[in-house]
Design a protein around this ligand. Structure first.
Ligand SMILES: [Zn+2]
Length: 378
């Protein structure tokens, strides 16, 4: 930390010179500092979305969410403990851009076995297509995207696509996962941004800006290229060619409010002897109170699996009793074995079903995700 004078209000205060931008704690003006020449250049494109939550509200929201997912909602207060709540205002580079993708690929005409007399590939046709999407694409301005749980994969696309990037579309992310219905004339988080002022964080720490805008632009471009490549691949059986052109309309820095709640699950039933409590997390957007991401402590599948293990144990126990004491215990043992196989079958069928449903389920539990519409960018 080094002490320098703010170019706007001339008040001295300590700054971290490894940050990309300096923010004056007195007048909230943002500036770039050239360490070699000492020159200070004001940076005006800096906004903040006001934080509207506090720790008590985040705790209440987390409990509400758990109640909605728990098959016995009245057990939530007895079995779940919120252990830690942290809020912060995270700097994000918001890139307004439009991506235009043209693709070419092979599509199978009808699904049938290849006829030996026909030339190879004759049941495929070449198709071409294009699509265009607008985004306000958010890229973290922090070097360590792992410093808070859940900030590495906030993008939840509508398409069945494995996300391999940390950037996300701002509007569809900061409007999902709401437990209450938004009001009709409600403005988006982006529309509610104000010129940057420390006080609008409403009590949460403001994290410093570490990533330069050139890097954010490069990363944002890479994210969209990869995303559009994956969308193009969904259109055909064999993608041959794909070209994405990006038009960048602008970039700005916005501090956005996030909350991270940590909770543990301690079941009251016999299950507690088989379950080692571990910390789970929920991430909440601190403007519109949406649940952006959440970890479930235990699923129905886990319970069925544990049930199966207990039943196998019982089957062995009664088998032993049957052999050493009275043959009637063989029947009890058989019954336990039937319970165990039923549990195993349930577990397995759930697992295969889950794979197919994973995407749609994810969106269902976090509320409808909104697809990016053209014309969203400014
Ligand atoms: Zn100042």
């Amino acid at each position: 930390m080094h002490e320098i004078y703010c170019p706007s209000c001339n008040t001295p205060s300590p700054y971290d010179f490894s940050d990309y931008l300096m923010m004056c704690p007195y007048c909230s003006s943002t500036f770039k500092l050239n360490i070699e020449t000492g020159q200070k250049e004001p940076f005006g494109n800096h906004y903040i979305v006001p934080n509207t939550m506090d720790a008590a509200a985040v705790k209440e929201l987390t409990i509400d969410w758990l109640k909605r997912l728990h098959h016995k909602p009245n057990m939530v207060n007895k079995e779940f403990y919120v252990t830690d709540i942290k809020g912060f205002s995270l700097p994000l580079w918001i890139i307004s851009l439009e991506g235009h993708t043209a693709w070419k690929g092979m599509i199978q005409k009808h699904k049938r076995a290849h006829n030996k007399d026909e030339p190879l590939g004759s049941d495929f046709i070449v198709e071409e297509g294009q699509f265009r999407r607008s985004y306000r694409w958010a890229v973290s301005a922090r070097n360590n995207i792992l410093e808070s749980w859940g900030l590495t994969r906030l993008h939840e696309p509508m398409e069945a696509i494995q996300v391999e990037w940390d950037g996300f579309p701002l509007d569809s992310t900061f409007s999902r996962g709401r437990l209450d219905d938004p009001e009709e004339d409600e403005k988006s988080a982006y529309d509610m941004r104000k010129f940057f002022e420390f006080k609008l964080a409403n009590g949460v720490p403001i994290l410093g800006v570490e990533v330069p805008e050139e890097e954010a632009l490069r990363r944002g471009r890479d994210h969209i290229n990869l995303y559009h490549y994956k969308i193009a691949k969904l259109n055909c059986d064999y993608l041959i060619d794909q070209r994405t052109e990006l038009e960048i309309a602008g970039i700005q820095l916005i501090h956005m409010p996030f909350w991270n709640a940590t909770y543990v699950y301690r079941p009251r039933s016999t299950l507690r002897h088989f379950y080692k409590p571990k910390q789970n997390h929920v991430i909440v957007d601190g403007y519109s109170k949406g649940l952006l991401s959440g970890q479930l402590a235990i699923t129905h599948k886990d319970k069925v699996t544990i049930n199966g293990i207990v039943a196998i144990g019982a089957a062995l126990f009664f088998l032993l009793l049957g052999a050493s004491w009275h043959p009637a215990y063989y029947l009890v043992s058989l019954f336990a074995l039937i319970v165990a196989s039923a549990s195993a079958w349930l577990s397995l069928s759930k697992m295969t079903k889950k794979k197919d449903e994973q995407l749609s389920k994810k969106h269902a539990s976090f509320g409808p995700a909104i697809q990016e519409q053209p014309g969203e960018a400014v």
